[in-house]
Design a protein around this ligand. Structure first.
Ligand SMILES: Cc1cc2nc3c(=O)[nH]c(=O)nc-3n(C[C@H](O)[C@H](O)[C@H](O)COP(=O)(O)O)c2cc1C
Length: 206
């Protein structure tokens, strides 16, 4: 049975573009897979505790020898890994924070890298729907400053995931940031968001 893992990581509950995009994907995915099941995890509302020494060393310690701290931390990682391994598609709502991914997403990622996932997720499809305040397109002064995509593509290739699609909505601060408001980029923001919604629809129509 088809299974979707749906992750969000925007710190905003109101106005988040990445949440709107991931919800759009999940809705269309569910319509396309009437018997499919979905696991939803909100990494901002319920942050994953950082991988700690107990959790890291637990992976290399025989179960019978683990301390209670190792067991507790390992249990957190195991639940996340179970959710990931069960999914054939993963959709992630991923804002750009300081030119990289939200730390809540990185905390999740550090826990799902394990001998159960490294090189093993060759059948998993990853769709990353993103939002960023500025413009980073070809020829713009900040082209190449968005480090999410190159990092994540490398990081998941280590897990065997090669079916990766990014859908970006940008200029989301056009009407919010005092520096950007005078640039009058509202129409370009709307165009970018509409294109992102359309790209998601195309992915699920395919
Ligand atoms: C902590 C933080 C850091 C941010 N850093 C950047 C940045 O480096 N570049 C950028 O273009 N926008 C940046 N933004 C703006 C967000 O990328 C933008 O508001 C985006 O729409 C957030 O996703 P959301 O709409 O899903 O909440 C930042 C916002 C926050 C809250």
């Amino acid at each position: 049975m088809a299974h979707l893992l749906h992750l969000d990581s925007s710190l905003r509950s109101e106005g988040s573009r990445s949440r709107r995009l991931s919800a759009h994907y999940a809705k269309l995915w569910s319509a396309a897979h009437p018997d499919g099941t979905v696991t939803y995890r909100d990494l901002a509302v319920d942050p994953i505790p950082h991988l700690d020494e107990a959790g890291f060393t637990a992976a290399f310690t025989p179960e019978a020898d683990r301390t209670p701290e190792q067991n507790d931390s390992f249990k957190v990682s195991t639940e996340l890994i179970d959710e990931l391994v069960a999914a054939d598609t993963v959709v992630v709502g991923l804002p750009l924070y300081n030119f990289s991914v939200p730390s809540t997403f990185k905390a999740w990622f550090d826990r799902i890298v394990s001998e159960r996932t490294l090189g093993r997720l060759t059948e998993t499809k990853l769709v990353v729907v993103t939002a960023r305040g500025g413009g980073y397109g070809p020829g713009t002064p900040r082209e190449g400053w968005d480090h999410r995509e190159p990092w994540l593509r490398h990081a998941v290739s280590n897990l065997g995931i090669t079916d990766v699609t990014f859908v970006d909505a940008e200029l989301t601060l056009a009407r919010e940031s005092p520096q950007m408001i005078p640039l009058d980029l509202g129409a370009a923001e709307d165009q970018s968001f509409a294109a992102a919604l359309a790209a998601i629809e195309e992915l699920l129509a395919a």
